[in-house]
Design a protein around this ligand. Structure first.
Ligand code: EPZ
Length: 418
């Protein structure tokens, strides 16, 4: 098992480059299935989630060449439409491959996806949308079989602006007959990135990034190359690590427009922020002010940064309130923060964080991807050596996060234990 040993108490300062977006890369990797041609993707983060997705594409029959962030994928010889179970279960976003395989082959077999335990994470919105598009769905022995003679465009009203369901509907309909309109669509920047890549292939998509997206099916898509957008959640994580340490940082290769709700909250808790079109500069105060945060679909405050903010606010000068509105079980990391002396209580979907003067180093355990990142931030803020066990959760979603933090003056070491 891999663990971090973090020697805390250091103010972080310096400059760091943000990697490509995990949550944009995953649907874009799936989209390469659609054109049966060669594709070149740049700025793809080298993390476990992209590695698993590439492994599944290879097993389906794709030819893949990877050279760090540059990936060549030729999907001409895909011979299978079944996603292997043991890889399907390793993460949530494998379900996105279903939409792409349906879009091209009009059939797919897969099992329920895995992913961080931050809630039940059903896929009912995905499956209901497929049914509305004319897909026949049967379930047997834990496998979901989808088949359609034709995918026929239609109007789909999402009960919730689900990111994955929006992505899956787009992937399933770019090669369909007719036109699909998604109402109450997710507006996350990752949806816009996916649509931009598909439009480079020749797809006809209007309205990505708004509440209503129109997809006009086309007969064929060509190969295309694409540069993945920066990871806005990694950017927010780095900003919070520096703010929690009372330091200063310049982030390069970031899109500040993707982080306006987050930047607004960082300014509200006393940070000085300056932005250009590709950089964010942050200078933290000696002690942060408390905040009230409610997670919402984009462009509201992102649920993926709620846990990270909860760690940063453990030493704020007052009581902070966090309300998690997206997932029903995204507070498991709080018990680990309490081990370090944080004063946090929860009441349903509300977390109440009373700021303390100091955090104590402790041995903690990762509960999920972003909860693990929260523990790293707490370790940097605590005096002494903190151990964080089971960091595979963190390695699946952040590219070289320890090296990035160490380049800012943190002391994060990886150890391997039997
Ligand atoms: C994506 O997950 C992201 N993952 C998540 O990031 C992110 O937290 C989430 O969007 C919300 O922004 C990837 O892009 C790979 P949803 P997704 O469908 O698509 C419920 C991270 O840390 N729901 O928008 O799974 C669901 O249970 C990860 O990088 C249904 O009820 O999120 C949740 O409560 C964590 N039925 C809410 O909607 C469905 O069919 C939002 O889920 C689908 C979703």
């Amino acid at each position: 098992m891999k663990s971090y040993i973090i020697e805390g108490g250091k103010r972080l300062e310096g400059t760091v480059k943000v990697s490509g977006s995990k949550n944009a890369s995953l649907p874009i990797l799936a989209a390469t299935i659609l054109n049966g041609n060669s594709n070149r993707l740049y700025n793809v983060p080298d993390i476990r989630d992209t590695k698993i997705t590439l492994e599944i594409l290879k097993l389906l029959g794709c030819k893949i060449k990877r050279n760090s962030g540059k990936i060549e994928i030729n999907s001409k010889n895909i011979t299978k439409t079944e996603i292997v179970d043991h890889l399907m279960r390793k993460m949530r976003s494998t379900v996105i491959l279903a939409g792409a395989l349906l879009g091209r082959f009009k059939e797919v077999t897969f099992s329920y996806p895995g992913g961080c335990d931050i809630g039940s994470r059903p896929i009912d919105l995905h499956l209901n949308a497929f049914k509305k598009l004319g897909v026949e769905i049967t379930e047997e022995a834990g496998f979901i079989k989808c088949k359609a003679n034709k995918i026929i465009g239609t109007n789909i009203d999402l009960d919730f602006p689900s990111v994955g369901a929006t992505e899956n509907i787009i992937l399933a309909t770019v090669l369909s007959e007719g036109t699909t309109v998604i109402n109450n669509a997710a507006m996350e920047p990752e949806i816009v990135d996916l649509a931009n890549y598909l439009k480079k292939m020749g797809a006809k998509i209007e309205g990505a990034g708004t509440i209503s997206i129109t997809i006009k099916g086309v007969k064929k898509l060509s190969g295309a190359s694409y540069n993945i957008m920066p990871d806005r959640i990694e950017a927010g994580t780095l900003l919070c690590a520096v703010a929690g340490s009372g330091g200063s940082v310049t982030l390069n290769d970031v899109n500040p427009n993707h982080l306006s709700a987050v930047i607004n909250k960082l300014e509200e808790c006393g940070c000085e922020i300056e932005i250009t079109n590709k950089t964010i500069f942050l200078k933290a105060p000696k002690r942060l002010k408390p905040l009230e945060i409610k997670t919402m679909p984009y462009p509201g405050f992102p649920t993926d940064l709620q846990q990270i903010f909860s760690a940063m606010l453990t030493k704020a000068n007052g009581t902070s309130i966090i309300i998690e509105n997206i997932f029903e079980n995204r507070y498991k990391h709080l018990a680990e923060l309490r081990k370090m002396g944080a004063k946090i209580t929860t009441e349903g979907k509300t977390a109440i964080i009373s700021g303390v003067r100091k955090l104590n180093s402790a041995t903690t355990v990762c509960t999920d991807l972003r909860g693990g990142a929260a523990l790293v931030i707490a370790g940097i803020m605590a005096k002494g050596k903190t151990k964080i066990e089971d960091i595979d959760y963190i390695l699946r979603g952040y590219e070289n996060i320890d090296a990035k933090l160490n380049s800012l003056g943190a002391k994060v070491k990886i150890i391997e234990e039997k």
